[in-house]
Structure formats: C-alpha cells, structure tokens
Design a binder for this molecule. Structure first.
Ligand code: FES
Length: 88
C-alpha cells in the first residue's frame, strides 16, 4: 500500500529500509517521505516502529541461540580439557 502519496512510497519500501537498520530520519532523508504535505508521517513512523521492534526480537532470538551454542560447545566432551590432556 502506498504510504506517502506525494512521493509514491509504499509500506514495503519503508519496511525494507527499516529492516536494513535505518531510523525514521534516515529513511525520511533517503526516500523523501513526510517532507511535502506531511500527512503520511504517522503511518510511516508506525511502519518503521513495527519493523524495528520485530528486528529487535529477531536480534534477541539470534543472541539467545548464540549463547546456547556457546554453552553446548563448552559442555561438549569433545572440548573437555581433561580428555584433551589424556589423549596427548
Ligand atoms: S503523503 Fe507523504 S509527504 Fe505528502
């Protein structure tokens, strides 16, 4: 759906930029949204906010997976220092 009629910018285009990590101000500068009549600003900010919160949840999920992987490696018998020393 078109969010900014003045610049013909869709919610997908805004979301693509938000998922790339750009802030509202950066997206506004890049795409020119909310710079003419300004009627699209609230809707555009909503799109960015939704994408940013989804991005944060994904980052937290990835961080948790990384910590779990590190714990699995540390607990793994293959990396046990006593086993490593006895093999040498
Ligand atoms: S609709 Fe976006 S600036 Fe007018």
């Amino acid at each position: 759906m078109i969010v900014c009629v003045c610049r013909r910018v869709s919610d997908r285009e805004i979301a693509r930029h938000a998922h790339a990590g750009l802030s509202f101000d950066e997206i506004q500068f890049e795409l020119g949204i909310a710079m003419q009549c300004g009627r699209c600003e609230n809707c555009a900010r909503d799109v960015v906010a939704r994408c940013s919160s989804a991005h944060s949840v994904a980052a937290i999920h990835n961080e948790a997976q990384t910590v779990q992987l590190a714990n699995n490696i540390l607990e793994s018998k293959a990396w046990s220092s006593s086993q490593h020393l006895s093999a040498a």
